[in-house]
Design a protein around this ligand. Structure first.
Ligand code: GLY
Length: 298
């Protein structure tokens, strides 16, 4: 029996405003459309887990985002991707530095459901994906290849820290509460452009890029290293025992700003409330149904 009004929040990454208005509008339209798909799934009784995984899969398939097809290239010109999924029962699965698969989030779910492990990395993750039936796929788009070629030389002349902050965005994530009051979270990313081979960001680290518990679920986006060090997603979710999601999100994001940690979060609480906050110039996000957009910054 349905007891809850379902809700879904989706983000397309926190970062700088480096896109023209047309591209930004296209990304927002994609987020809105995909969130609508997720909301329809929830309304038809699908679980929060099925919904967030499907929503992130759709975002991975969209080359406008830095996840799956269209993910950012690392220092060697290859794409290494991270993805994770978690439910409010404490079930977690993730892949890190995985290459040549179309949908890392689906592999992450298989890690959660088919193994006794929580995280597979690199070659082990690729092998596991093949065993699970995921074929070879090249996620490099012409646009990402062009960006890489144009900016690589410049990159080596720049300050590493400055550069990393410039390219920390576009991760995708979703949190949802279903008709039964269950919550789940999923996220996927190509990581930071020009990252070192083998680099793992916050996304596949439990409690860092994503977290869920009986209190709610959170997905973080932004500069992976500082998000991980500050265990952002778990910090936000734990605060839900004392405060509402918007206050939790605001408090954590403000503290991170003082630490120069570029970050954004989306969070849903078990009672169906939600929060969104970011300290970057821009974060694409959307919520369905549209409940209280007016009180949030755009
Ligand atoms: N937040 C994504 C990453 O840094 O890998």
């Amino acid at each position: 029996m349905s007891t809850m009004e379902p809700l879904i929040l989706v983000h397309g990454g926190a970062g700088r405003l480096r896109y023209d208005g047309k591209r930004r509008a296209a990304r927002q339209a994609a987020l809105d459309q995909i969130a609508q798909t997720g909301y329809e799934m929830l309304k038809h009784g699908n679980s929060a887990l099925d919904t967030v995984v499907e929503v992130v899969r759709l975002l991975e398939d969209n080359p406008l985002f830095n996840a799956g097809y269209g993910a950012a290239l690392g220092l060697t010109g290859e794409v290494e991707m991270d993805a994770a999924v978690m439910t409010d029962e404490g079930r977690f699965g993730a892949v890190a530095a995985i290459k040549n698969v179309k949908n890392p989030v689906l592999v992450a779910r298989k890690v959660m459901e088919e193994t006794d492990h929580i995280l597979l990395v690199g070659e082990g993750a690729i092998k596991f994906a093949r065993i699970m039936g995921f074929g070879e796929f090249d996620p490099v788009t012409d646009e990402r290849r062009k960006m890489f070629s144009e900016q690589r030389v410049d990159y080596f002349r720049r300050n590493w820290e400055k550069f990393r902050h410039l390219y920390g965005g576009d991760t995708v994530g979703a949190v949802a509460i279903d008709c039964h009051g269950k919550v789940a979270v999923a996220a996927s990313t190509g990581g930071i452009m020009f990252h070192l081979p083998g680099r793992v960001g916050d996304t596949p680290l439990i409690g860092c890029g994503i977290y869920a518990s009986s209190l709610g679920a959170c997905a973080a986006t932004g500069h992976g290293e500082c998000i991980a060090i500050n265990m952002v997603a778990k910090t936000v979710v734990d605060m839900l025992s004392e405060t509402n999601p918007q206050t939790a999100a605001d408090k954590v994001i403000s503290k991170l700003k003082l630490k120069n940690c570029n970050c954004g979060v989306i969070v849903v609480s078990r009672d169906g409330d939600y929060g969104v906050a970011y300290n970057t110039p821009y974060m694409g996000w959307t919520v369905m149904p549209k409940l209280r957009d007016s009180v949030l910054k755009d």
